[in-house]
Design a protein around this ligand. Sequence first.
Ligand SMILES: Cc1cc2nc3c(=O)[nH]c(=O)nc-3n(C[C@H](O)[C@H](O)[C@H](O)COP(=O)(O)OP(=O)(O)OC[C@H]3O[C@@H](n4cnc5c(N)ncnc54)[C@H](O)[C@@H]3O)c2cc1C
Ligand SMILES: NC(=O)c1ccc[n+]([C@@H]2O[C@H](COP(=O)([O-])OP(=O)(O)OC[C@H]3O[C@@H](n4cnc5c(N)ncnc54)[C@H](OP(=O)(O)O)[C@@H]3O)[C@@H](O)[C@H]2O)c1
Length: 428
Amino acid sequence: MNNQCNLCLPPMADASEHDELFAGRRILVNGPVIVGAGPSGLAVAAGLQQQGVPFIILERASCIASLWQNRTYDRLKLHLPRQFCELPYFPFPKEFPEYPTKNQFIDYLESYAKHFKISPRFNESVQSAKYDQKCGSWRIKTVVASDNSEIEYICSWLVAATGENAEKVVPEFEGLQDFGEVMHVCDYKSGEAYEGKRVLVVGCGNSGMEVSLDLCDYNAMPSMVVRSSVHVLPREILGLSTFQLAVSFMKWLPVWLVDKILVTATRLILGNLEKYGIKRPSAGPLELKNAEGKTPVLDIGTLDKIRSGKISIVPGIKKFFRGGVELENGEFLEIDSVILATGYRSNVPSWLKENEFFSVDGFPKTPFPNGWKGKAGLYAVGFTRRGLSGASFDAIRVSEDIGQIWKQELKQKNQGALSLANRRTCKS
Ligand SMILES: Cc1cc2nc3c(=O)[nH]c(=O)nc-3n(C[C@H](O)[C@H](O)[C@H](O)COP(=O)(O)OP(=O)(O)OC[C@H]3O[C@@H](n4cnc5c(N)ncnc54)[C@H](O)[C@@H]3O)c2cc1C
Ligand SMILES: NC(=O)c1ccc[n+]([C@@H]2O[C@H](COP(=O)([O-])OP(=O)(O)OC[C@H]3O[C@@H](n4cnc5c(N)ncnc54)[C@H](OP(=O)(O)O)[C@@H]3O)[C@@H](O)[C@H]2O)c1
């Protein structure tokens, strides 16, 4: 069902005004085009496959789930319990632990793609996608990595599944370009190469916290920049997943009350973190997540290292100089390396020529749970700021919606063909 080109058109076969210069190949797609073969793209593909809808998946990398395979560190485990991370229609193997490792998750995704016979077109990066009013279709242009050739796909449905973390965020810091050894956390694998080194980790999200812990485990000396405030929660409360507890409480209680319970329990379990330089925001963790998309940190051991002084907390950065950094409090630190754990962003605005459904930050304007369907056959999967469970939620809705339209259109076509055949039979 994962049928690729259904009809290849020669260059310029049906050029419209806006792309007269396009010299590549054109492919008319019978079904939707999905951009991105991460968990979101795979989950929509599986749903479409189940409904008998053909599709094409375009992926810029050479593998599925490239974020997980190429841009995450070795010690990574899922932070949420397994039942919140499974994709639709295909459970995790029974032997998986409560918090599967990155490699287990990748194996699961490979089996998922195999099970649903999903074969993305790898090494094809989508450069632009635009709705052509004239022909009532989406025109999606890609560049093929191997030879830089261009392909244009023409289709009725476009599913954006390029993720919330498509591009690294690298803030500008004075002097950083002259500093020396600098890496974004997406390129960090383990602390092995950092033994004995003084490393500045910029950012205290889940990545910054976990990489600082990893550096400690390899006998490096990390200092972590905490420039504002952050909610750090225990991964578990009384042996139950904090996330799971929050989800259960939210069925019965308002968000502010759940936040109060979480913060109170956290204070009892983790103590006051302010004396270590970690301030708690005034808004609660769930309120902040809903309002600003800021994910709370789930502690998996970093706080112990902070308490014992193995990780030092430092304030924001003023500027870098060769071999060191000046902090906002005027302090100077000598450091050997910098790891930027400064987050990621969506890349949708760079390729989707549309501004009604998606906002300038690359997220749908309509909040969860209604941000999955735009106009003219445009869909979004995996932009809910709710991790893998949000992606699954979207994927089910998108594939069911397209499946329904597909079946209706098929029925109409068949009825049309039948009445034409009847008319022909009557005439003869
Ligand atoms: C370090 C880290 C750990 C995480 N851990 C968890 C966790 O434990 N639990 C959880 O729920 N969430 C976690 N997340 C969030 C995670 O991003 C999502 O859960 C999941 O990867 C989202 O899947 P996705 O398919 O939407 O996006 P992605 O996994 O980012 O996949 C998007 C795909 O689109 C491709 N793509 C992008 N642009 C283009 C283009 N122009 N043309 C073609 N292809 C393109 C990318 O190459 C990529 O393969 C983590 C994120 C990070 C960074
Ligand atoms: N095991 C897991 O499940 C796991 C592990 C890692 C990541 N993740 C997920 O992956 C996603 C990304 O996480 P992330 O930690 O990489 O990014 P993030 O949550 O966006 O955190 C970015 C951090 O960088 C800081 N920062 C940004 N610009 C800065 C600057 N100029 N100076 C100083 N600090 C700066 C931010 O501080 P401010 O808050 O002050 O802006 C913040 O602390 C999240 O959804 C996260 O939950 C999950």
